[in-house]
Design a protein around this ligand. Structure first.
Ligand code: 3SL
Length: 250
């Protein structure tokens, strides 16, 4: 008798925007990425001790659901076009989410693209969020749990591609597949995986520079948010793995 290890191989797909994801199927695990800045903020808020993050694509819905929470137990964060939405306590800067501010609170969040991307895959059995600040924690989770099909979904900007989200997808794919080699072919679900790994490999030691080139990085620089870019470029800074339960809504 010959005995061998069963090697489960992950099948990875990268979708640069939520709109690019297939409509008729879902993966075992969807990882939503919005490096600038929604998923960086989500990881920061949870690491700082918020009770949960509840994400909404519409501000109106955020306002009406959060209304039922007492004032001292909630924070409302709303962003459109990079700026804070009137009537909210916060915009979408992770740097504003200190432990003193968020600890024990429910964090109601609506952003231009990130929360829309979450909504797109909310019915997947496992939904996680990733950014560079918590990339290693998410990679460790995927290596440990070994879901068979994984989608890495960039949030993009209003339907178009965002460099920083695809680079982060590339970081996760690079670790899970151990770089690109012919022995990894089984794990590559679509060509975007190869493109994302190539992008990440080119910029992995200079993420801040990449953010400065990106259209959303430039938008944030115009809004004087350079310190946000610097923070979002930190690698493996937080150990948190945001999942459906902690995200609250999904
Ligand atoms: O689009 C989004 O979801 C936001 O993260 C954009 S911003 O960085 O807050 O401007």
């Amino acid at each position: 008798m010959t005995l061998a290890r069963i090697l489960k191989t992950v099948k990875l797909f990268v979708y640069d925007t939520p709109e690019a994801t297939p409509q008729d199927t879902l993966p075992d695990c969807a990882v939503v990425i919005d490096v600038l800045r929604a998923t960086t903020t989500i990881a920061t808020v949870l690491a700082a001790g918020a009770e949960a993050v509840q994400a909404f694509s519409s501000i109106e819905e955020l306002m009406s659901v959060s209304e039922t929470w007492e004032d001292h137990r909630r924070l409302r964060a709303g962003e459109r076009g990079g700026a804070k939405v009137e009537g909210c306590d916060l915009g979408n800067s992770p740097l504003e989410c200190t432990a003193e501010r968020v600890q024990g609170k429910r964090f109601f969040l609506s952003t231009t693209n990130g929360t829309r991307a979450l909504q797109r895959v909310e019915k997947a059995p496992i939904v996680l969020t990733a950014a560079f600040v918590n990339d290693q924690a998410v990679i460790n989770y995927l290596q440990r749990e070994q879901p068979e099909t994984v989608w890495l979904v960039g949030s993009g900007w209003q339907g178009s591609y965002s460099l920083e989200d695809t680079a982060c997808a590339g970081a996760v794919a690079h670790s899970l597949l151990n770089g690109l080699s012919p022995s990894n072919l089984d794990g590559i679900g679509n060509d975007e995986v190869i493109g994302a790994i190539a992008l990440y490999s080119q910029w992995q030691n200079n993420l801040l520079e990449l953010f400065r080139f990106s259209s959303h990085g430039q938008r944030l620089l115009k809004l004087d948010r350079e310190t946000d870019l610097i923070y979002c470029a930190k690698r493996n800074y937080l150990k948190v793995i945001p999942t459906q339960t902690e995200l609250g809504v999904l």
